[in-house]
Design a protein around this ligand. Structure first.
Ligand SMILES: [Zn+2]
Length: 264
């Protein structure tokens, strides 16, 4: 069976009867649930993306971790039932998918058009980062990258995930040699990017809506770029706009007070 999140990363309210064993041992005061549901329901955070959130039988899943081949769920309260139905928090999954899709797009443009390689990346809960094999960054480069990102978002490139045999996958222009053998899941973004990847992604580049760069620093001789995409980017704009408006108001109030003082 295909992984559910492979088929459709955005289907809300995944439900069913996962093949689970419930281990009623206590784990830090909470029930731990041991089961093979990695392939069917919640995605643990082992693929460079934060773990899913959701519920199992209505109980909140606080964390999902892969340990020695088993997926552990830290639950808000113990589960008493032997059958489990789960729901994925679709808002959080979409948000993680957006940040991760942005990483694919930024890395592809940087590598293909500016010959800058991505050394590593991290999807964070606030902002995400890319470490680039580059000593210096300048504003011209940033403007050109931002312009290209706008073009790619507007182009509405289709994003698909397809499983190939190893032989088939190696015929594709993959960005990196796959780390896995056997069936290989290849994520394709139009003709921009072919990557072997097990993460969650948006369905098209237009769903990214907006990517904003939020930080730049030198880390171990590389350039680390921080960014936010989609809703996170709009929330950031709203916050910054509010701060600017409040600052402008405070400055003009101060000016008026100065004028009044000067007149008296
Ligand atoms: Zn990916």
């Amino acid at each position: 069976m295909l992984k559910r999140w492979n088929e459709d990363a955005f289907r809300a309210n995944l439900s069913g009867r996962p093949d689970l064993r419930i281990n009623r041992d206590r784990y830090e005061g909470r029930t731990r649930l041991l089961g093979k549901i990695r392939t069917k329901l919640l995605l643990s955070g082992e693929r460079g993306q934060p773990a899913d959130r959701g519920t199992l039988n209505g109980v909140s899943v606080l964390d999902v971790q892969l340990q020695e081949g088993d997926v552990w769920h830290l639950l808000d309260s113990p589960l008493l039932e032997n059958e489990v139905q789960g729901e994925v928090d679709d808002v959080i999954r979409t948000d993680h998918a957006a940040q991760h899709t942005a990483q694919h797009v930024i890395s592809a443009i940087l590598q293909d058009e500016f010959q800058i390689k991505t050394v590593s990346f991290r999807t964070g809960t606030e902002e995400s980062t890319l470490d680039l094999d580059l000593g210096d960054w300048d504003e011209t480069l940033q403007s050109r990258l931002e312009e290209r990102l706008r073009t790619v978002i507007q182009a509405n490139l289709l994003i698909t995930a397809t499983e190939y045999t190893e032989e088939e996958a190696l015929q594709l222009p993959l960005r990196k040699t796959p780390q896995v053998t056997g069936k290989i899941r290849v994520v394709q973004i139009g003709e921009l990017d072919y990557s072997a990847c097990g993460g969650t992604h948006l369905a098209s580049t237009s769903e990214l809506e907006l990517i904003l760069f939020t930080g730049l620093e030198k880390v171990r001789g590389n350039i680390r770029l921080a960014y936010v995409a989609k809703d996170r980017a709009f929330r950031l704009l709203t916050t910054e706009r509010r701060v600017l408006t409040e600052t402008a108001r405070a400055v003009s109030a101060k000016k008026i007070r100065s004028i009044l003082l000067w007149k008296t």
